[in-house]
Ligand binder design. Sequence first.
Ligand code: PHE
Length: 341
Amino acid sequence: MIETLESMYQEAKDRLDAADSTEALEDWFRAHLGRKGEIQLMSRKMGEIEPADRPLFGRRVNEVKQSLQGAFDLRSADVKQREMNASIARDALDVTLPGRRPQRGGLHPSTRVMRDIYRIFGDMGFQIYRSSDVVTDQENFEWLNMPPEHPARDMQDTFYTTDENVLLRTHTSAGQVLAMREYHPEPIRVILPGMCYRNEQITARSEIQFHQIEGLAVGHHITFADLKGTLTEFAKRLFGENRQTRFRASYFPFTEPSAEMDVSCFQCDAKGCRLCKYTGWLEILGCGMVHPVVLEYGGYDPNEYSGFAFGMGPERIAMLKYGIDDIRYFWSSDLRFLEQF
Ligand code: PHE
């Protein structure tokens, strides 16, 4: 019996060395040291042994048990460690890899210029008034003192819808009377930004769509001096403190008198360069005192109220400011252009 025990012991040790996974170790334990394992069963064989040999056999069984348990514990720790290392290597997450840089967008040059303009007029107490791109003939023309057949309509080639009375605004002035009707009888200080549309040949200098920012002030005792003061201050804040302005007489059906404002060239300081075509001046906007007919359409009595209006093109201003020589870049979605801003 003792020889059987010794050979069991040897074989169990050999098998333990071959067990190289948690599962194999569990199987091994069940077969040898478990409640029904062969060593455990050996201790029940005491009855089959000569009484004189029993103490020796009992001691030896215990020694074998302890020795195998110790070997098993060591082996288990070793296998667990190896399995853990393997799992770490297999499921490795390299936290030192640099992340992917998100593509950051920038503001479109039109947006930049428009926000600059909003801020300046905002500081002067003007609110933004939004009106729609799709307008009626009244809004775009009639209420601006351009009745049907008025020759000034020819200057703005218009996109009409199938309904002749519904069109895409050719200028933000189309919002003037809407703002007046909403504010009446309160005084008004608003700017009206938005996209305008003209059915024109697309060239380096003209697009079929472009932004405008309109300004409108209505109240008591508003004079041409207020117009000049406001717009001169605006030009200094947008183009620099040293800029000069000049007002040239002009014509718009919805303002009287009308003018165009030039600002002294900021590139050459009015000495003359390619940007200002050697005139020293850059044309920036159209303006004038709101025509009495327009005030009336807006609900304001021209004997009591007066006002001024102006309109400018942010793309044109952006072209001057950033030296962009072709207006078609603005809506071409060319990243090589857009990334420069
Ligand atoms: N609406 C005019 C244009 O598109 C600009 C303008 C606005 C002129 C307001 C005078 C007053 O050319």
